[in-house]
Design a protein around this ligand. Structure first.
Ligand SMILES: [Zn+2]
Length: 118
């Protein structure tokens, strides 16, 4: 769990950061209203899912990374606890919370693995 500061997330979420929770894809199942979930694939790395009734964002599949990001804000009463910030070089909202700030992404996800100042 953490916060993404990239421009793509900011534009999609219409917020200064995106609070993400990453799950194994098979741990996420739509139990009701699957017909009502739209998909937009900005790139091959992301399938953005949104609600056709209210237009709200639901989650994003990241097939290349083998994870599904369910936005923390859409999980009722979820005990969100961020562990890091990613893409902090693109930040528009500095968050001085003492958590690691990755310049881009962790090495294991194809990034530089470099951390930067808060
Ligand atoms: Zn992002």
């Amino acid at each position: 769990m953490g916060y993404c500061h990239c421009e793509s997330c900011r534009t999609w979420s219409a917020g200064p950061v995106n609070a993400f929770t990453l799950w194994q894809p098979d741990a996420v199942k739509i139990t009701r209203g699957a017909d009502n979930v739209g998909t937009f694939s900005k790139t091959a790395r992301s399938n953005r899912k949104w609600c056709k009734t209210c237009g709200g964002h639901v989650f994003t599949e990241h097939p290349g990374w083998g994870v599904t990001d369910v936005y923390a804000a859409v999980i009722p009463n979820f005990p969100f606890k961020a562990g890091l910030h990613v893409n902090y070089q693109e930040t528009k909202l500095r968050m001085k919370d003492g958590l690691p700030k990755m310049k881009d992404m962790p090495k294991e996800m194809g990034g530089s693995g470099i951390t930067v100042e808060e």
